[in-house]
Design a protein around this ligand. Structure first.
Ligand SMILES: [Mg+2]
Length: 194
């Protein structure tokens, strides 16, 4: 079993900051659209304009507000233990993110601040994650995006899909392992090794 990890929505909580930055820029998020992968702002009907606003918000988030990004508590507590039982010390932990590569430096800084095991970060758009993982011999991936988890399962990678507001209530394809948190993943890995 070789597991790699997504970053946003898995180890980082970015939704609350996105809403805050939007407000500072004078936009109000439509709460019914409030999730990590699809936002709508009141008074902004155009998808193109919405994408541009989101790009600006993410740029502020990953450059100026990097230090304010909070980790999920379960990831902070369990991931280092998971790393040790998976014998990852043989190789750095793989984080695979759809974040743009221009945010690499801050991404590395944030991870170094919160995790003290060796890791590496690769950037790949959501649709390219499956190919990347297969090419590098990974069998499992921890993800929060519903569509990506389905794509991975279809491609033969086993995704642990962490239940989040933006992915629950939808039926996943066969092969997606739904989990509540990193504790579930930890026990799954422990039991798989018995
Ligand atoms: Mg994510």
């Amino acid at each position: 079993m070789r597991i790699a990890f997504d970053i946003d929505g898995v180890v980082t909580k970015i939704c609350p900051l996105i809403a805050g930055i939007a407000r500072e820029l004078g936009y109000e998020l439509d709460p019914t659209s409030f999730n990590q992968y699809y936002f709508r702002f009141f008074g902004v009907p155009s998808i193109k304009e919405t994408s541009k606003i989101m790009e600006d918000i993410l740029d502020i988030l990953f450059t100026q507000r990097n230090d304010e990004i909070q980790p999920y508590d379960d990831a902070l507590l369990v991931l280092p233990r998971l790393v040790s039982i998976l014998n990852f010390h043989q190789e750095p932990v793989m984080f695979l993110t759809a974040r743009k590569e221009c945010y690499r430096k801050n991404t590395m800084e944030w991870l170094k601040k919160h995790f003290h095991f060796p890791f590496m970060v690769f950037h790949a758009g959501s649709r390219k994650k499956a190919d990347f993982l297969k090419a590098h011999g990974y069998t499992h991936f921890v993800e929060d995006r519903f569509r990506t988890a389905n794509q991975l399962a279809t491609a033969g990678i086993t995704p642990f899909l962490i239940n989040r507001r933006w992915n629950v209530g939808r039926e996943s394809v066969r092969g997606v392992l739904r989990v509540n948190n990193f504790f579930d993943i930890y026990y799954f890995v422990l039991l798989s090794q018995e």
